[in-house]
Design a protein around this ligand. Structure first.
Ligand SMILES: Cc1cc2nc3c(=O)[nH]c(=O)nc-3n(C[C@H](O)[C@H](O)[C@H](O)COP(=O)(O)OP(=O)(O)OC[C@H]3O[C@@H](n4cnc5c(N)ncnc54)[C@H](O)[C@@H]3O)c2cc1C
Ligand code: FES
Length: 270
């Protein structure tokens, strides 16, 4: 894995995405090196303006060896200052951070479930699978409240894999939430039996996902969006309760920023 480093990157592009999000493209002074899907960065303004603490964001895409994109939903001050940051300005970036998804072998099926901006870590996963020739063994279910919150859905739909979309209000794709769409796919035996399941999204989604896949005995990994302070293990602000019988052992808390944000489902308590 690449060593984490703190650097600055120039705002190269900002593209609105849905009613409350945007794609931020950053240009670095050198090639970025290896990043794993599910790893993240901490972003803040380079001039010390804005909130004191940087904010965590998943790697979304890579448009050139020295350029990365991030899908950012604007919620509060930390995301607002990033949206307001002019083109050509510099942003402070710490990367790459955390432990990402352990992708299965190309011949093993993968089912990815995303809610809202929980789609962010899955574009790189999907691109890697397609590059490995595993697109026909790769399933992606993307759910949101309404069609305009299926952020950047075309980027996923255009990949040579099986994509399904679900909206709570029925404005696009399956009518219902993403877990109902997953259950529907399971009833229709859409997914091969030995598939691995990944999920990312808000906590209620992850809890419903965990109940479903644990009842079925499926192998699964989840990416958590826990609040974070430092992002690299120094502040203890990001505890996740571990499962004493799981692979992380008896210690009751894991650091989400280092041990995660991606965990095997059997290693934590959701
Ligand atoms: C590993 C990781 C990867 C992430 N990747 C992405 C990503 O790719 N794209 C993206 O848009 N967001 C992502 N997030 C979430 C993002 O970090 C938060 O939305 C952001 O920090 C909010 O900062 P803010 O200052 O704008 O909002 P704040 O002012 O801090 O909060 C605004 C509102 O959002 C709520 N909120 C803030 N952070 C979280 C959180 N982590 N979980 C639940 N509610 C929260 C607050 O309670 C408050 O109601 C990720 C989080 C983690 C931990
Ligand atoms: S965010 Fe500081 S230890 Fe995890």
């Amino acid at each position: 894995m690449n060593e984490a480093r703190c650097t600055q990157a120039k705002v190269f592009g900002k593209t609105p995405c849905g009613p409350d999000a945007f794609l931020l493209e950053l240009e670095f002074s050198a090639e970025i090196g290896q990043i794993d899907p599910g790893q993240f960065v901490m972003l803040s303004l380079a001039d010390g303006q804005g909130p004191v603490l940087a904010r965590p964001f998943s790697f979304y895409g890579q448009t050139a060896p020295d350029r990365l994109t991030f899908l950012i939903q604007v919620l509060g001050i930390g995301t607002q200052v990033l949206q307001d940051c002019p083109l050509e300005e510099f942003i402070q970036v710490t990367l790459p951070l955390g432990t990402g998804f352990a992708l299965p072998d190309a011949n093993r099926p993968l089912v990815m479930i995303a809610g809202g901006v929980g789609s962010a870590p899955f574009l790189l996963c999907a691109e890697q699978r397609v590059q490995q020739g595993a697109g026909d063994q790769t399933f992606f279910i993307f759910g949101a409240r309404s069609e305009n919150r299926l952020y950047d859905k075309q980027a996923f739909a255009s990949l040579a894999m099986h994509s399904r979309f679900a909206t709570d209000d029925g404005s696009f794709g399956f009518s219902g939430n993403v877990i109902a769409c997953l259950e529907n796919g399971l009833q229709e035996e859409t997914f091969p039996e030995n598939a691995v399941y990944f999920a990312c999204g808000p906590e209620p989604l992850l809890k419903a996902f965990a109940r479903l896949v644990q009842a079925k005995g499926f192998e699964a990994q989840v990416s958590l969006e826990t609040y974070m302070g430092c992002g690299f293990g120094a502040c203890n602000a990001c505890p996740t309760a571990t499962n004493p019988n799981g692979p992380l052992g008896a210690w009751p808390w894991a650091k989400t920023c280092q041990d995660g944000p991606v965990f095997s489902l059997d290693s934590i308590q959701l």
